[in-house]
Design a protein around this ligand. Structure first.
Ligand SMILES: Cc1cc2nc3c(=O)[nH]c(=O)nc-3n(C[C@H](O)[C@H](O)[C@H](O)COP(=O)(O)O)c2cc1C
Length: 152
């Protein structure tokens, strides 16, 4: 989809009808890597793809998503969290551009079992993913959804 059309079409999808393919996953991971990291320090981040039912069943608030990708960082400061946001946002757009359902997720972070995230990294932000029957068409996005000051 054309970029600005996709930006207007994106939305939180919380109903999933099946697992994503490995090819779809690869494209989503490319999008994560196309995100930004403060100071360009990509070595401070890890992506963890969770598709194992035994682990997914322990995660809170994932709406039975068959795939969860967690971005973790060496710290949880503002710059690190914001960087994770760019990675997750890119993954969401790449997923929904492929017709997949996706949603940002923080609800699961505190329920990730020990040993799933690499040692020395803290979970910062996640995305839930799966097939969906939802369609993506451009939304009317009100300009005042976020109150804005223009200083000039
Ligand atoms: C930082 C952040 C954390 C979020 N965490 C969750 C979450 O844990 N569970 C959830 O269902 N949605 C979560 N969301 C999605 C928002 O609730 C959703 O994007 C918002 O309601 C706007 O809806 P829209 O994405 O359809 O425009 C999160 C979004 C952001 C930006």
């Amino acid at each position: 989809m054309e970029t600005f059309t996709m930006i207007k079409s994106r939305r939180a999808i919380r109903q999933y009808s099946g697992q994503i393919t490995d090819e779809q996953l690869q494209q989503i991971l490319v999008a994560a890597n196309a995100g930004s990291a403060g100071m360009g320090e990509f070595e401070n981040y890890r992506l963890t793809v969770i598709q194992k039912p035994e682990i997914l069943s322990q995660l809170n608030g994932i709406y039975d998503a068959p795939t969860v990708i967690v971005v973790s960082g060496k710290s949880a400061d503002l710059m690190t969290g914001n960087s994770a946001g760019t990675m997750v946002h890119g993954m969401e757009l790449a997923a929904e551009d492929q017709g997949l359902g996706a949603n940002y997720n923080m609800a699961c972070l505190s329920s990730i079992p020990v040993g799933v995230i690499p040692d020395g990294f803290q979970p910062l932000f996640a995305i839930t993913l799966g097939q969906t029957s939802e369609k993506f068409t451009p939304r009317e996005v009100p300009l005042d959804r976020i109150k804005t000051n223009i200083v000039k």
